[in-house]
Design a protein around this ligand. Sequence first.
Ligand SMILES: Nc1ncnc2c1ncn2[C@@H]1O[C@H](COP(=O)(O)OP(=O)(O)OP(=O)(O)O)[C@@H](O)[C@H]1O
Ligand SMILES: [Mg+2]
Length: 325
Amino acid sequence: MQDSETIGQIDDTPIARAAQAAVQAIGRAGEGLPRPAATRVIVVANQKGGVGKTTTTVNLAASLAMHGLRVLVVDLDPQGNASTALGIDHHAEVPSVYDVLVEGKPLADVVQPVVDVEGLFCVPATIDLAGAEIELVSLVARESRLQRAIAAYEQPLDYVLIDCPPSLGLLTVNALVAGREVLIPIQCEYYALEGLGQLLRNVELVRAHLNPALHVSTILLTMYDARTRLAAQVAEEVRTHFPQEVLSTAIPRSVRISEAPSYGQTVLTYDPGSTGALSYLEAARELGLRAAAVGGGPLLGQQRHGSGTGHGAPVAQHGTTEGHR
Ligand SMILES: Nc1ncnc2c1ncn2[C@@H]1O[C@H](COP(=O)(O)OP(=O)(O)OP(=O)(O)O)[C@@H](O)[C@H]1O
Ligand SMILES: [Mg+2]
């Protein structure tokens, strides 16, 4: 028989801790979140590359679905990373978001269910999409083709998350016209805020001319490394600039998060008890509970970002507005 001290030691092994975390994660996932009154279409955008847009899109989407909601991921990046991470085949012949945008195919013809996660669906992107930026230019209503396709989709959805490419071209403009909310992932590193001014100005332009409901609703800190002072400084600075928009949950740097896509999985199914999975579940919870507060929130004002941001990373003052001509 084991005495209580031994049992205490067993409970404290890494495996026991992981098991406990997994139980906690599964428990929380089962709790459910309020169903939004109308479909929340969220554009995950940041023209800076590699900040965690795709990782955030797929893991938040899976978390929301695990909370009992119906969620669609639209992969709007020719790289097709979101499709890969959700285990969706996206070789050149697969019907994809390209067919929707350029050929006018209904969304329903290209939507695929995600195998491991009930309630989660994906519109894949194939390499064809690389040409779409140019092909769209000459098409009628080139900025609102995705918006029309989503509006015409008849299946009930609680959330649509759109994973944008790292640019501000016509694909991203299509996402900004289709969505009501913008979610900006910000990587906790030195140049974190560089280029943010340009993104915000594009959001403002689209809001002014094409989509009055559009606003930046959410900012998520990604790849947060609690051991470095720089991460803490960047996080603090972002929170000072965007006190209402930043989720209190920051996503830690986690090997599990980066490994999951190579198995065609989100971290939620790959390692449900990991800190990465727990943090995305928590971020999704925050996002979901904010639903009531959503609707016409103030657009992030340029005057709040015009004066540089320290860390040698001033917000860009000038930028083109590609796609708005
Ligand atoms: N929290 C994290 N911990 C560790 N690695 C991460 C984390 N988040 C993202 N990564 C890794 O960082 C890289 C960039 O992430 P991701 O592809 O999500 O960025 P992105 O903004 O979509 O990039 P792109 O601009 O190319 O579309 C990927 O290799 C991903 O696995
Ligand atoms: Mg990406």
